[in-house]
Design a protein around this ligand. Structure first.
Ligand SMILES: *[C@@H]1O[C@H](CO)[C@@H](O)[C@H](O)[C@H]1NC(C)=O
Ligand SMILES: *[C@@H]1O[C@H](CO)[C@@H](O)[C@H](O)[C@H]1NC(C)=O
Ligand SMILES: *[C@@H]1O[C@H](CO)[C@@H](O)[C@H](O)[C@H]1NC(C)=O
Ligand SMILES: *[C@@H]1O[C@H](CO)[C@@H](O)[C@H](O)[C@H]1NC(C)=O
Ligand SMILES: *[C@@H]1O[C@H](CO)[C@@H](O)[C@H](O)[C@H]1NC(C)=O
Ligand SMILES: *[C@@H]1O[C@H](CO)[C@@H](O)[C@H](O)[C@H]1NC(C)=O
Ligand SMILES: *[C@@H]1O[C@H](CO)[C@@H](O)[C@H](O)[C@H]1NC(C)=O
Ligand SMILES: CC(=O)N[C@H]1CO[C@H](CO)[C@@H](O)[C@@H]1O
Length: 856
């Protein structure tokens, strides 16, 4: 590289010297160095330059500094497509020469050089073009006659184009590139005289990033040419991609002249990668090497996304591993007459230029030297060679993309020149035109040719329009470019893309391939970025309790509102189910049936007692209290119904109070009975008239009194802080319990405590009376019933205090029913039995006989 630099400096000195001298027409100057004639040239009134990368290599040698180095020379195989570009320049100039509108009477000439895509060669070409080196003046003639080019078309690659621009810029020679896309060339401070007909990579990078974003790929690989084209383009792409939230697994660079080991390493990285999508910002020459290397070993199928440099290059189509490739490409175009021009070559014409000779010989694998070439062993051409049947990128005019860019660039220069040398009526070839004038005119060109308009913006760039190209397998097994849509940067944001055809991806399907580092997090989970990894790599963490996420890839979970609860998938909030003991469910129905049948039982017993009210056993059993007890038991049974159904304001108030009052009524009746039994025993003692002390009025009064106390308690409770329906959301997270809040817990416990107090009193008295002689042993039954009663209620309390819910209510109802049944069965069943089934025992005699002395 050092030697190249040295060379560059040397050539620069010559250029400065020569141009400085020629510019003022002072005497003679001597051209130094090994000047080379142009690869293709034609004389004319004004000369247009051309620089193309027709070969990919420059022969390099080790510099010893002991002898003169060999002149720079292109080597390697020829790029036939680039030759077509060069021929497009020839074609355009010929058309312009023939045209009667554009530059009538003026003949343009051209000097086309091969820059081999190398910087030293490009600099040499630039200097030769600027100096006006002409084979005619290959002697110590005056430089004043030099045919300095007015403008240059080229170079094809960005790196040589930049080198040329650095030399042309200071001398104000305009350069219109057809294929140098580096965004850096839009910088007018660095490249003041640079124009191009191909859009800048800035647009291309944006289009590729949009495309990657649009198809939902967030995990991609990136390869680039290690050149101005690849490095700038990829930097631009990565910047745009980062903005779109796309992560890059690897970003590798290589260049065709790098050692093979470097290429192998890049290929290895690609093979081992997990990203299914690769974005390649690679020049066609580099891409060929990469694909060749990748073809050597099996490669997991991949979706290639390509920059325009290689994605529309027909030579790449032979690599079937990149089937399905998507990319942006310069729009396909039509140039009428161009194919005929391309095929219009003959051995005679070809022999005029070594470049064309080389093309002919390598295309047909024959030698034009009339004999077998001893160095290559190729046979002599026999004259049957037919370009029309030749299938190579030179003759393939089905996809004219960049050729049109050359064509447009040439026309732009011609239009600029037209603006200088022509007025409305005629053109003059004697005007001395300075490149600077062409440069000024170029800025203003605005014309249309073949329906393609050409104009440049302030940066010398055209309007960015791309075709979206997809490599699709054809019926005959070959791969071909299919245009599937368009990208137009002049459209408003968001509408740049338009797809009009199905895309066939690498796997042959129309389903967009997936390339993500982590699978999407489904609704119900959230993303948790893995430490030390790109943001696209994350774990999916299920939402916590009571939280949901309703979209894919949600960054976090949201809490449901208080009366909502997540669905099992945790993707939406559902209203929490409201729980209460309802009339529709089995439990509710069973309890209701039990309650109603209990009350019917009590009523029927009362009826039977009433019918047999004259019978001794009823008469013996304090009938008034018995009826009252049966009545209160009926109410007890019925009051359990208030616990079933949705709690309302009224049912809540009714529940506990009805329960408290009926139970107190019931127990005070039992208490009355117990007292009566105790009294009755005492009454057998001489001299005491118990019935006087505790006769029916007193009994009624005491029942009423006991009940009144409970009524007062209940009224106080209801007025101070009544129970109310309440949605309990704290106890269970996933359901709402509709319950009756107690309002005042004190009220509740006082009501319950009062019942307990009476029941205990009753129990104690009955216990005392249990041994008293009595043929039905009523006291014993009362004791027993009170035992059951207490047991039921004592077991009820822990159940009640623990967890709320409909089962607690059921337990409460069950306790009510159980204690009511225990009372009714223990106290009345035996008498009932006797009345119905043992009428013979239902006599006063029998009763008296048993008790000996009993008279209530
Ligand atoms: C230009 O004119 C010549 C002679 O008329 C003709 O042979 C040639 O094909 C024309 N070239 C183009 C590009 O039109
Ligand atoms: C330039 O001139 C030298 C000698 O005058 C000659 O040997 C050489 O071939 C010429 N080069 C070209 C390209 O005509
Ligand atoms: C690709 O080409 C190779 C050889 O040219 C062939 O073996 C392979 O089957 C082809 N693959 C596809 C998918 O066509
Ligand atoms: C055009 O230029 C020619 C000479 O170059 C001149 O004679 C003629 O008058 C000009 N016509 C107009 C309309 O300017
Ligand atoms: C080019 O000319 C057309 C009309 O001929 C005009 O609409 C368009 O805006 C012009 N473009 C530029 C860049 O000046
Ligand atoms: C330009 O467009 C017109 C109308 O759409 C069409 O007739 C003509 O063939 C086109 N010309 C070229 C060179 O494509
Ligand atoms: C997700 O939930 C939010 C509120 O939490 C709501 O605004 C939005 O519409 C929901 N989106 C979908 C797709 O259900
Ligand atoms: C470069 C080129 O094709 N020049 C030609 C322009 O047209 C005239 C006449 O038609 C020819 O003489 C030139 O050779």
């Amino acid at each position: 590289m050092n030697a190249h630099l040295l060379f560059t400096v040397k050539m620069l000195c010559i250029a400065r010297l020569c141009i400085a001298v020629c510019g003022v027409d002072l005497g003679t100057c001597i051209l130094q160095g090994d000047a080379q004639p142009p690869a293709l040239s034609e004389d004319g009134d004004f000369i247009v330059g051309g620089a193309f990368t027709i070969h990919y290599y420059v022969r390099t040698e080790k510099y010893t500094y002991t002898r003169r180095p060999q002149p720079l020379e292109c080597s390697g195989s020829m790029d036939f497509r680039e030759l077509r570009f060069a021929r497009a320049l020839q074609f355009a100039i010929q058309e312009i020469n023939n045209s009667s509108d554009l530059l009538p009477g003026i003949f343009l000439g051209y000097h086309i050089y091969d820059s081999c895509g190398s910087v030293p060669m490009a600099i040499k070409v630039a200097l030769q073009l600027a100096n006006g080196l002409d084979p005619k003046y290959n002697d110590t003639d005056s430089c004043a006659k030099s045919a300095a080019v007015l403008a240059l078309v080229g170079d094809s690659a960005s790196t040589p184009a930049i080198s040329i621009s650095r030399i042309f810029g200071p001398f104000e020679i305009p350069q219109v590139s057809h294929y140098a896309t580096c965004a850096c060339l839009s910088d007018k401070r660095q490249h003041p005289t640079f124009f191009r007909t191909i859009p800048s990579d800035h647009h291309q990078a944006a289009a590729l990033a949009r495309m990657v974003k649009r198809f939902g790929w967030t995990w991609i690989g990136a390869v680039r040419s290690d050149s101005d084209y690849g490095n700038n383009g990829m930097a631009s792409f990565l910047k745009a991609a980062e903005k779109e939230g796309i992560c890059v697994e690897y970003s590798e660079a290589y260049y065709r002249t790098y050692p093979l080991s470097k290429l192998k390493r890049v290929a290895d990285v690609i093979r081992r990668s997990t990203a299914r999508v690769i974005v390649a910002f690679v020049a066609a020459g580099d891409m060929r090497f990469l694909l060749e290397e990748l073809s050597k070993e099996p490669l997991p199928p991949m979706q290639w996304i390509g920059s325009e440099a290689w994605v529309s290059d027909p030579q790449m189509l032979r690599f079937n591993l990149s089937i399905g490739t998507m990319g942006v490409a310069v729009p396909r175009s039509l140039i009428p007459g161009f194919r005929k021009f391309l095929l219009d070559l003959s051995p005679y014409k070809v022999l005029k230029f070594p470049l064309l000779t080389e093309f002919w010989e390598s295309s047909f694998s024959c030698s034009l030297q009339q004999q077998t070439d001893p160095s290559t062993g190729m046979p002599a051409c026999d004259g049957t060679e037919d370009l029309g049947r030749l299938k190579n990128p030179y003759t393939d005019t089905s996809q004219l993309r960049v050729s049109n860019m050359v064509y447009k660039a040439t026309y732009a220069i011609a239009h600029a020149l037209h603006g200088i040398v022509c007025n409305e009526t005629q053109c003059s070839k004697n005007i001395k035109v300075k490149p600077r004038q062409v440069f000024d005119q170029l800025k203003q060109v605005n014309f249309s040719k073949n329906n393609y308009s050409v104009s440049f913006d302030a940066n010398g760039d055209p309007v960015a329009v791309y075709e979206l190209v997809n490599w699709q397998l054809q019926g005959d097994g070959s791969i071909d470019f299919v245009t599937v849509g368009k990208y137009d940067a002049s459209q408003p944001e968001g509408q740049e893309f338009s797809l009009n055809k199905a895309i066939i991806w690498y796997d042959g399907s129309e389903k967009v391939p997936v390339s993500v580092c982590s699978e999407n997090c489904p609704p119900g989970t959230r993303k948790a970025v893995k430490k030390g990894r790109p943001v696209c790599c994350y774990d999916c963490i299920p939402c916590g309790e009571g939280e949901i996420s309703n979209k894919t890839d949600s960054p976090d979970c949201d809490k449901c509102p208080p009366d909502y609860w997540p669905s099992t998938e945790k993707d939406k909030c559902l209203p929490k189910p409201v729980e209460f003991l309802s009339w529709d469910e089995i439990l509710g129905i069973i309890l209701a049936v039990l309650s109603v049948s209990g009350s019917l039982l009590a009523l029927s017993m009362a009826l039977v007692f009433y019918k047999n009210r004259a019978s001794p056993i009823v008469r013996a059993n304090n009938s008034e209290l018995s009826f009252l007890l049966l009545f209160s038991l009926t109410l007890c049974f019925l009051c359990s119904l208030t616990f079933i159904g949705q709690p309302t304001e009224w049912s809540c108030m009714l529940r506990h109070t009805a329960f408290g009052i009926t139970f107190v009524l019931c127990i005070s009746c039992v208490l009355g009975k117990t007292i009566v039994v105790l009294m009755a025993f005492k009454a057998t003692l001489p001299g005491s008239n118990v019935m006087k002390w505790f006769g029916p009025p007193q009994q009624r009064l005491s029942v009423f009194g006991f009940t009144l106390v409970q009524i007062i308690i209940c009224v106080l409770w209801l007025t101070i802080s009544p129970p109310f329906p309440y949605k309990n959301m704290q106890h269970y997270k996933d359901k709402i319990i509709l319950e009756c809040s107690l309002g005042s817990a004190v009220g509740f416990w006082v009501v319950l405590g009062y019942i307990g107090l009476l029941a205990s009193l009753c129990f104690v008295l009955a216990f005392l009376a249990r041994k008293l002689p009595d043929n039905f042993n009523e006291a014993k039954f009362i004791t027993f019933s009170m035992l059951i009663f207490s047991a039921v209620w004592i077991t009820f309390i822990p159940a009640y205090v623990s967890s709320p819910g409909k089962f607690t209510v059921a337990v409460e109802i069950f306790a009510i029913l159980a204690s009511s049944f225990s009372l009714i069965l223990c106290i009345f069943a035996p008498k009932f039995f006797i009345i119905l089934f043992r009428p013979e025992e239902n006599t006063k005699k029998h009763l008296m006989g048993k008790v000996q002395s009993k008279s209530y």
